[in-house]
Ligand binder design. Structure first.
Ligand SMILES: [Zn+2]
Length: 138
């Protein structure tokens, strides 16, 4: 990454999503922030509880961080054109792979989230949701 301002902005998004993940009661805690520009619109974390909304996407409808963030935002903000950053923070403080699963990619797409960012074991990665969905086609 060459643009330091961009990097700083991502650092603050990662920090916010990591903070959200601390609320998780899941064995692999994940946090997510939905954002537009510099503004965070919603946060979420994965949870060991089921939810009707999640059941339309998942066979075992435990709340993933992405869907939790969508649920907390969808009645108060238009999510069209927004982005999501998903973070997995390990107990030792290191970041780890948090790529949205196929169900969450679909859930993001359905509410208009256009781009996903996620931490990896070494850095972070990003992709357009539509490209991620296309990659699922065998
Ligand atoms: Zn998921």
């Amino acid at each position: 990454m060459t643009n330091l301002n961009v990097q700083k902005r991502y650092k603050s998004l990662i920090r916010s999503a990591a903070r959200a993940s601390l609320n998780s009661d899941y064995k692999l805690p994940l946090g997510a922030v939905i954002f537009r520009g510099k503004r965070i619109l919603a946060t979420g974390w994965n949870q060991n509880k089921t939810h009707n909304y999640a059941s339309q996407y998942m066979e075992y409808p435990y709340l993933h961080a992405e869907v939790d963030a969508i649920l907390s935002a969808r009645y108060r903000v238009d999510l069209e054109g927004t982005s999501i950053f998903v973070v997995r923070l390990l107990k030792n403080g290191r970041l780890a792979m948090a790529k949205p699963c196929p169900h969450c990619q679909q859930a993001c797409n359905d509410v208009g989230i256009k781009r996903a960012y996620w931490t990896t074991d070494t850095n972070y990665d990003e992709a357009l949701i539509t490209d991620m969905l296309l990659a699922q086609i065998p």
